[in-house]
Design a protein around this ligand. Structure first.
Ligand code: HEM
Length: 147
């Protein structure tokens, strides 16, 4: 289990407080689909997401980005139980959605990029490293039910 210092806990909370989910969520989801186009295969119900313009104008992509970021908020407020929090979500992505778990890290990296672009004046290297540690703990938890 990932261990957290008090400083890291407050850093993760401080970053999260500055994030506007309605803005970053859609950006993150669009970035994943544009930079890693094979991820489109999992979102067959989203309609046209076959070009950059279509992705950026797709309301389902935007809405799903918010869903993902909101789900991460749970880990921010219960950072010692990340594995437990995401056990069901891991099972869903494995058994029903059949998402290749390599994609979790790609999405986490897109979150880091989107947050760094938005908070570039305040995100010092230590905060960035802590955000990365936090997101990779989530990635590890989402991997946990894959066998
Ligand atoms: C659905 C979270 C990564 C594909 C969901 C849902 C959540 C979620 C909360 C909704 C579950 C429900 O309705 O019960 C996350 C988190 C991720 C992550 C926190 C990583 C940080 C990914 C990745 C992919 C993916 C990398 C594929 C490339 C999907 C799909 C759905 C879904 C296809 C169903 C969408 C729909 O039909 O509405 N995810 N997810 N997820 N996720 Fe993920």
């Amino acid at each position: 289990m990932t261990q957290w210092t008090d400083k890291e806990r407050s850093m993760v909370s401080a970053i999260w407080e500055k994030i506007n989910i309605d803005e970053i969520g859609p950006e993150v989801m669009a970035r994943v689909l544009i930079v890693y186009p094979w991820t489109e295969r999992y979102f067959g119900t989203f309609g046209d997401i076959f070009t950059t313009t279509a992705i950026l104008n797709n309301a389902k992509v935007a809405a799903h980005g918010k869903v993902v970021l909101k789900a991460l908020g749970k880990a921010v407020t219960d950072i010692d139980n990340i594995r437990t929090i995401y056990a069901d979500l891991s099972r869903l992505h494995y058994e029903e959605l059949q998402v290749d778990p390599d994609n979790f890290r790609l999405l986490a990296d897109c979150i880091i990029i989107a947050v760094a672009c938005k908070l570039r004046n305040t995100l010092d290297p230590q905060s960035q490293a802590t955000l990365q540690k936090f997101l990779y703990a989530v990635v590890e938890a989402l991997n946990s039910q894959y066998c």
